[in-house]
Write a protein that binds this ligand. Structure first.
Ligand SMILES: *Cc1c(COP(=O)(O)O)cnc(C)c1O
Length: 519
């Protein structure tokens, strides 16, 4: 009587078809629109409503999605979204989400095909990293949680299973990572009950890599103080400048000192798919655990993180219920060997494996590797353009796909000027770089992650930054508010450079795209 299914399915079916048509149109034309636009206050108010008591037509609610939500999303699908390290998603992954929700599988455990799909994805991850075939792993929301799981497995590998009952008080455990490491690593130490202070932030060299000499000195000093070093966390692809630690050297130190070797390879892990970049990550195959995301450089829709552990027994020893070992014998739906809930803290889990599995099947590892290499080539092109422009100054070496630079003006507060330029470019909808701090200077940071980005997009970004910088510098001299920049103006400037047809200020969707992920 109270089933939520419709009596007549035809209306729902038609709405579903329309949604797919609309989203495909959205993907096919997103290049024409702004990267991002702020959500107007009036629409934010429209969204806020008391708990709905009465039913509403699905079509009407969908209209609200079209009006209130879709136009004001983050913009990370757009080829000129270059802020932070956001993935661009892909059309096949989008459809996979529909299928996964259709099955509504719970991936915590039991014996069913969706879990076999996740096991297959984990086996592919092991292959990609050069891990043994019997390594274990589990999909999680993202690398933040994957790093936490890595810290917890390392902790119980050091203290033994008793830590699960007794806790860590008085254990005096200390861990090591680069001062350039992501903030989720200190947070993981905090959540693991070890405290942020127990994570030694080791200085890095001019390439942004953790200094091995400083690391070994700090380990010796901590041992002399009676502390208990247990973990080195390397980084493959730092969030600020994309640096890769010397993973082989870290593996050597970890082996010599009998420490757990974990790697935060949030986006960098995908460089393993590009033969020309793989040597940068040499040593990753020696890690005890690796945390990474499919939702960044592998373009799988959010969210899809992964933790891989070389020795499956240590992961099960950290999270497994006692019943975990009995399930191999069990018959029926409750059987099926080690369940994902024995490999991490989640019990109920979504079928995020499906969008990873379909993305890898449809595009293949080689093509995804080409997307990764293309991002690095574009970053190199951006760095070269920055180096050629007298008004721009590069602030960090480019290892992978991140370029940090700033606009130089004769006078004034350069940090403030560059922060304003970034906000101008974002608010104009032209591009979305972000900012970071490099050696104390505020940098414009462009992280090239999106498979849709082309050389023309790189030039549009630089042209927009130069134009905003000139306007701000001029207005500053005259003590005026700088004029707002509009999207069309920069496209016209780019067209003069020959990247976009002169009579075609708004580039056609997909124009010049080399490896956009269209099936
Ligand atoms: C993005 C990122 C993280 C955090 O990953 P989430 O998936 O956002 O949780 C951690 N480390 C590095 C180096 C990252 O780039």
């Amino acid at each position: 009587m109270h089933s939520l299914d419709p009596a007549d399915w035809s209306e729902l079916r038609a709405l579903g078809h329309r949604m797919i048509d609309d989203m495909v149109d959205h993907l096919a034309t997103l290049r024409d629109g702004p990267v991002w636009r702020p959500m107007p206050e009036a629409l934010r108010r429209d969204l806020r409503q008391p708990l709905p008591q009465e039913p509403a037509a699905a079509a009407a609610v969908y209209e609200d999605f079209r009006r209130l939500v879709q136009p004001y999303a983050t913009g990370n699908l757009h080829p000129r979204f270059m802020g932070w390290v956001h993935g661009g998603g892909n059309p096949v992954g989008m459809l996979a989400e529909l299928l996964a929700a259709g099955l509504n599988a719970n991936l915590g455990g039991r014996d069913h095909a969706p879990i076999e799909v996740e096991r297959q994805v984990i086996a592919w991850a092991a292959e990609m990293l050069g891990f043994p075939a019997d390594a274990s792993g589990v999909l999680v929301t993202g690398t933040s949680i994957a790093n936490l799981i890595g810290v917890l497995v390392a902790r119980s590998a050091c203290l033994g299973p008793a830590v699960r009952r007794e806790g860590v008080s008085g254990s005096r455990l200390v861990a090591y990572t680069s001062a350039a490491a992501h903030g989720c690593l200190p947070q993981a130490m905090d959540m693991a009950g070890l405290g942020r202070d127990a994570l030694r932030m080791i200085p890095f060299d001019q390439h942004g890599r953790m200094r091995i000499d400083a690391l070994t000195r700090r380990i010796a000093r901590d041992r002399a103080l009676g502390l208990r070093p247990f973990l080195i966390a390397g980084t493959a692809g730092t969030v600020d400048i994309g640096a890769v630690d010397d993973l082989a050297a870290l593996a050597d130190v970890a082996a010599r000192e009998s420490l757990w070797f974990h790697i935060d390879a949030a986006y960098g892990a995908m460089a393993m798919l590009a033969p020309s970049l793989r040597p940068l990550l040499a040593g990753i195959e020696r890690a005890d655990s690796v945390a990474f995301d499919f939702h960044k450089w592998a373009q799988v829709p959010y969210d899809a993180g992964c933790i891989m552990v070389r020795d499956a027994a240590s992961q099960v020893a950290t999270f497994g219920a006692e019943a975990a070992y009995l399930r191999r014998e069990q018959r029926g739906l409750a059987g099926g060997g080690i369940w994902p809930c024995d490999l991490g803290p989640d019990l109920s889990r979504s079928f995020r494996a499906l969008k990873v599995w379909m993305t890898l099947r449809v595009y293949g590892a080689r093509r995804l590797g080409e997307v990764v290499r293309q991002s690095c080539d574009l970053a190199a092109a951006l760095a070269a353009r920055v180096d050629r422009e007298p008004a721009l100054q590069r602030l960090a070496p480019v290892t992978l796909n991140i370029v940090c630079f700033r606009y130089i003006a004769a006078d004034g507060d350069l940090d403030r000027l560059n922060a304003e330029i970034v906000a101008d470019v974002q608010e104009a909808g032209i591009a979305a770089p972000s900012t970071t701090t490099v050696n104390g200077a505020l940098a414009i940071r462009a992280a090239i992650v999106n498979h849709r980005t082309t050389c023309a997009d790189i030039d549009i970004l630089v042209d927009a930054i130069l134009e905003c910088g000139r306007r701000r510098a001029r207005a500053g001299r005259q003590n005026k508010v700088p004029p707002v920049i509009h999207r069309g103006q920069v496209y016209r400037e780019a067209s003069r450079l020959g990247d976009v047809g002169a009579n075609d200020p708004l580039p056609a969707p997909g124009a010049g795209t080399r490896a956009a992920l269209l099936p």
